[in-house]
Design a protein around this ligand. Structure first.
Ligand code: F6P
Length: 349
């Protein structure tokens, strides 16, 4: 039976989105004779019923392109009284049979509600550079991001070394330390600070002093944007850019790198600089791994629709792509386990 499928991308963009879209369209058109339509700017596009064509011609050059040709937004239909109704009306108006939603836990949460409460058949694939979605061993976009972090360390090392400085590198990832840990260790960071363990600046300063006493001439510190800093008196807090929250209740993190560099310089007398990697971690072309993972996700997502298996996300378990209930993603974010954080501790100078 022929089906018409809508695809949308929600939340922060991530390398690999276009490759999921491309593979889904190829699989759907060539294997099942399905028709596709692109929904623009995430759930916003579904509420406003704004679309673009998605034929083989529209996607065939997307093997390498970063970002998302569909556009994205952090719109939450459940923040508006008529949001879910508008989504349902558009779904029916377009004559869709299913929606593939590519996004993180917020996007997946909406897809699950639309499925269970509005009866819209949805399938998801886990996207985020933060790699923090429960239910999958890896999200697409993450591999590219950690390679960016590693490359940044490779570059920053030569200048830190030349000037005998501490270089503090602030890494994205919200409240999970995957990017900081793996990108930092791959890039040879001496100290890795992740949100899973509160940061005591005095302890970090002590480690750096010991390094210098041992004769080290420069130091590299990787710090997650979402670390909790322990201030005097034992109080812990995260550093945010402002007090505003988005429609899913998230604050904008950022600023810890600058504070940390200043405080470490003050405590150690060792000149320090900071770099915020920011959106450089998300932009540009995906790695081969992300292109391949995304391609597999795209194919698997359409296969779920062919089997009328909805309310699920396709995930990576070991080396296999399988499907799990979207409820898995609602279990809360996936944090880095202690034994992996300990790898960074083992490698401290
Ligand atoms: O969730 C992905 C992410 O890149 C986080 O690591 C970061 O905190 C956030 O998005 C940045 O969001 P925005 O693109 O809205 O600035």
């Amino acid at each position: 039976m022929s089906k018409k499928i809508g695809i949308l991308t929600g939340g922060g963009d991530a390398p690999g989105l276009n490759q999921v879209i491309r593979a889904a369209v190829y699989r759907g058109v060539k294997t099942y004779g399905y028709e596709f339509v692109g929904i623009l700017d995430g759930w916003k596009g579904l509420m406003e019923c704004k679309t673009m064509p998605l034929t083989l011609d529209d996607v065939y050059e997307l093997s390498h392109e970063g970002g998302t040709i569909l556009g994205s937004s952090r719109t939450n239909p459940y923040k508006r009284e008529d949001g879910p109704k508008l989504c349902k009306e558009c779904f029916e108006k377009l004559g869709l049979d299913a929606i593939i939603a590519l996004g993180g836990d917020d996007t997946i949460g909406v897809a699950y509600k639309l499925f269970t409460q509005e009866g819209i058949p949805t399938v998801c694939a886990p996207k985020t550079i933060d790699n923090d979605i429960s239910g999958t061993d890896q999200c697409f976009g993450f591999d590219t991001a950690i390679n960016r972090v590693m490359e940044a360390f490779d570059r920053l090392r030569t200048t830190a070394k030349s000037h005998h400085r501490i270089m503090v590198v602030e890494v994205m990832g919200r409240h999970a330390g995957w990017m900081t840990l793996i990108g930092g260790v791959a890039g040879g960071a001496d100290i890795v600070l992740v949100p899973e363990e509160p940061v005591d600046i005095d302890e970090v300063a002590l480690k750096l002093k010991k390094m210098r006493d041992k004769g080290r001439k420069y130091a590299m510190v990787a710090v997650s944007e979402g670390v909790k800093i322990k201030f005097a008196g034992g109080m812990e807090d995260i550093i945010t850019q402002d007090a505003e929250v988005d429609e899913f209740g998230h604050v904008r993190l950022g600023g810890i790198g600058k504070i940390l560099a200043k405080e470490l310089q003050k405590r150690t007398g060792w000149e320090a600089r900071h770099v915020v990697l920011g959106h450089l971690q998300r932009g540009g072309v995906p790695t081969a791994f992300d292109r391949w993972l995304s391609t597999r996700f795209g194919i698997a997502a359409v296969d779920q629709i062919a089997n009328d298996n909805y309310g699920v996300m396709v995930v990576l378990k070991g080396f296999e792509i399988v499907s799990v209930s979207m409820e898995e993603a609602a279990k809360g974010i996936r944090m880095v386990p202690k034994e992996l954080i300990n790898i960074a501790r083992i490698l401290e100078p």
